[in-house]
Design a protein around this ligand. Structure first.
Ligand SMILES: Cc1cc2nc3c(=O)[nH]c(=O)nc-3n(C[C@H](O)[C@H](O)[C@H](O)COP(=O)(O)OP(=O)(O)OC[C@H]3O[C@@H](n4cnc5c(N)ncnc54)[C@H](O)[C@@H]3O)c2cc1C
Length: 362
């Protein structure tokens, strides 16, 4: 980023970084409480959902992912999909007249006397999705820095794909993002992965007319990690040889026409989908001195307040969980973060209790 020297500085008590569902839910709470805050988002509101494949469905019932007491109503009382939820997030932001500074990316944060200085830039996309792979900070224009006493990082946890690190991973027909299934009609497609995203992609591609092969390093799918309505479908498709399934195998190299697996077999592949998960970018936590703990590199925080080991720095939503190897923190389990953070910012301790969410992080 070009570093023009700036003399002016905006001042605020609180900055929320990220306008996914939990950042938005927190903004509504701070606005109702009359608190002084700014809300910055690198892309459009809900930018994480923006890069999901069109039509992707939530596993949660609508009422569990609704925020700020605004009903999420879906036709036929079905589960919501990406499009429903993006419309809904825009509606919530508009209803409460939230002042969200979209396309404003927090590039770095310094600890200073009496708080923090945030360096921001005008950006073109959220942190995550295919564009993030090509992200070049030098192309962005610096904006006025902001001084804040407290910061909430509601930044999500799916910033970059988990790379396989194999030759050919960067070829144009290889992607870590499903995208629009229409493009795969009548094409041989190899999918790498064994969790929900790989299974969902395989079913959708089969129905769109692709010839699908799944390469999975495991023996079989973990039923508990797949949307319950998808499991019998994939079981059926594999049993009937409508989808080819290769267990206990790893792709070792990709050529423009084939994927080679460690048994030596070469599989014809017009497209390759490497659906092996996503990782969190920890740079803001590291700059601030937030301790990252465990294999998931979860930012250390107090569960009652969501404040990290750095006083004045809070985490909310999936951003509080690091790179989740087994998802425990998602929208459903994160609503309670809003009560905890609001109370702490007001000098109280939240008495909110997690409802029936036994999966809450421990
Ligand atoms: C396919 C799929 C299905 C899912 N289904 C469900 C479900 O049914 N139920 C459920 O509860 N959860 C579900 N989840 C999980 C959950 O929906 C998402 O992870 C959700 O987006 C998390 O919300 P969040 O507000 O914590 O973070 P996000 O929505 O990821 O928002 C984080 C925001 O922060 C912004 N940001 C990050 N860094 C910066 C920066 N430096 N400067 C400015 N902005 C920044 C990003 O651009 C992003 O918009 C699903 C996830 C996936 C992938």
């Amino acid at each position: 980023m070009p570093h023009a020297y700036r003399t002016s500085m905006r001042n605020t008590d609180i900055v929320i970084i990220g306008a996914g569902p939990i950042g938005i839910e927190l903004a509504v709470a701070l606005k109702h409480a009359g608190m002084d805050y700014l809300h910055l988002e690198a892309g459009q509101v809900g930018s994480t959902m923006q890069w999901w494949a069109p039509g992707t469905k939530y596993f949660s019932s609508p009422e569990r992912i609704a925020i700020a007491s605004v009903p999420l109503i879906v036709e036929d009382e079905e589960k919501a999909n990406r499009e429903h939820y993006l419309n809904y997030l825009r509606t919530v932001a508009g209803t409460f007249k939230l002042d969200i500074e979209t396309y404003t990316r927090v590039m770095s944060i310094d600890k200073v006397d009496n708080g923090f200085t945030l360096h921001t830039a005008r950006s073109f996309h959220g942190v995550g999705g295919i564009e993030e792979l090509r992200f070049d900070p030098s192309t962005l224009d610096e904006l006025e820095p902001i001084h804040a006493k407290r910061i909430v990082l509601a930044i999500g946890d799916m910033h970059l794909p988990r790379m396989l690190g194999i030759p050919g991973e960067d070829l144009p027909h290889v992607s870590h993002y499903l995208g629009d299934v229409h493009q795969y009609a009548n094409q041989p497609v190899t999918i790498v992965g064994g969790k929900n995203s790989a299974v969902e992609a395989a079913i959708r591609l089969f129905r769109a007319g692709a010839q699908v092969t799944i390469v999975h390093r495991g023996e079989w799918f973990d039923k508990d990690r797949i949307k319950y309505w998808l499991y019998p479908e994939i079981e059926y498709l594999i049993k009937k040889d409508k989808v080819r399934y290769i267990p206990r195998a790893n792709v070792t190299r990709i050529s423009p026409t084939h994927a080679t697996i460690d048994t030596g077999e070469s599989i014809e592949s017009r497209f390759m989908l490497l659906l092996t998960g996503y990782v969190q970018k920890p740079d803001l936590f590291q700059q601030l001195g937030v301790e990252l703990i465990g294999d998931d590199r979860k930012p250390k925080h107090n569960l009652k307040t969501m404040e990290t080991n750095v006083p004045g720095i809070y985490v909310a939503g999936t951003g509080s969980a690091g790179t989740q190897s087994r998802t425990k923190v998602f929208i459903e389990t994160s609503h309670i973060h809003v009560d905890r953070i609001l109370a702490s910012l007001q000098g109280r301790v939240s008495d909110a209790v997690a409802e029936d969410y036994t999966l809450e992080e421990s």
